[in-house]
Design a binder for this molecule. Structure first.
Ligand SMILES: [Zn+2]
Length: 329
């Protein structure tokens, strides 16, 4: 009797497992669009796009994917930092493209036009106190712990917000540079953005008091008259033009940096994309390289990405929420 019951139970549980699997597959393939209530506190603008809750199968598959890897290569993008209050460019409804007429600075325009640089730095100066105060969120901290436990081979980020390094990530390449550093286009010297803020303040003592209008997301509204009076310092060593040490649109990532990242990828046994739509080629090329090398790819992102067809697993969800239930075993 007992043995019969066990058999039935076994049969039932296998039937149930199959059914669940089928249900999971359906859920996975056709995720219901659930409007999640915002988890941010009142008064804080929410830049995390609306997304469906991640089903348990996706989570389990992602757990299996991470467990199988011993040298994980992680690519992160703007989707990771939205949970820290930094808006991304492309998300439906909440990204900068959707909300404002702001477009990223073009490299050629910055180099060519003193007026453009003046406008850029004036906005950057006003937005800096808030931008520089953003803190890493749970997703950054989790990736740092994975590094500590030896799970991670390398992290490549397309973000320039320094949140990975603030979280203590060491095995890290900032593919597009970092807004916390400034470089001289004349002599190539690198300096701290914080030091430049002091020079801005010294050069524009009255100006800073007039500039108001900083939106909660760090968007800065300045009229032409205000910008006209903003004084931009040049390199203290050579008098050259100062530029944030970030890759503007239309510029290319340093070849040595790209090769270095390819080398780290070649040592890795799996690629996990976290919070990037991979629309920009500089990040997407590593997915192409992973595909060439037959390295398995999983993507955790809200919304579709350019590399969905290259991934064996696609999980839609908030980075911090999903990563927090994954064990780096
Ligand atoms: Zn210089």
């Amino acid at each position: 009797m007992h043995s019969h019951c066990s058999k039935v139970n076994l049969y039932l549980s296998s039937l149930l497992n199959n059914k669940m699997r089928l249900l999971w597959q359906i859920l996975y393939l056709h995720p219901a669009r659930v409007r999640r209530s915002s988890s941010t506190s009142a008064g804080v603008v929410n830049f995390v796009p609306v997304c469906s809750s991640t089903d348990s199968t996706s989570r389990k598959l992602l757990q299996d994917f991470v467990s199988r890897s011993t040298r994980l290569f992680v690519i992160t993008g703007a989707g990771l930092s939205t949970e820290s209050g930094i808006p991304d460019y492309r998300s439906e409804g909440v990204g900068l493209y959707a909300r404002t007429d702001r477009r990223p600075m073009q490299h050629a325009e910055f180099v060519r036009s003193a007026k453009s640089r003046q406008r850029y730095w004036a906005r950057n100066f006003v937005g800096w106190p808030q931008f520089s105060s953003h803190q890493p969120n749970s997703a950054h901290r989790i990736l740092q712990r994975w590094e500590e436990r030896g799970k991670l081979n390398w992290v490549v980020t397309q973000n320039v917000d320094a949140l990975h390094s603030k979280a203590g990530q060491k095995r890290l390449t900032e593919l597009h540079g970092c807004a916390h550093r400034v470089m001289c286009l004349g002599c190539g010297a690198i300096s701290a953005r914080g030091a430049l803020q002091k020079r801005f303040l010294a050069l524009n003592p009255a100006w800073s008091a007039q500039a108001g209008g900083v939106a909660p997301d760090g968007d800065v509204f300045l009229d032409d008259e205000q910008v006209l009076h903003f004084r931009v310092p040049s390199c203290e060593d050579c008098g050259g033009t100062l530029k944030p040490e970030v890759t503007f649109f239309g510029d290319t990532v340093n070849k040595a940096t790209v090769q270095f990242v390819h080398d780290r990828l070649a040592e890795s046994d799996a690629v996990l994309v976290v919070g990037s739509s991979l629309q920009v080629y500089s990040g997407y090329r590593f997915l192409l390289a992973a595909s060439d090398r037959k390295i398995p790819v999983a993507i955790l992102n809200i919304g579709s990405t350019r590399a969905d067809h290259l991934a064996q697993l696609k999980v839609s969800g908030r980075c911090g929420e999903v990563l927090s239930v994954i064990q780096p075993l």
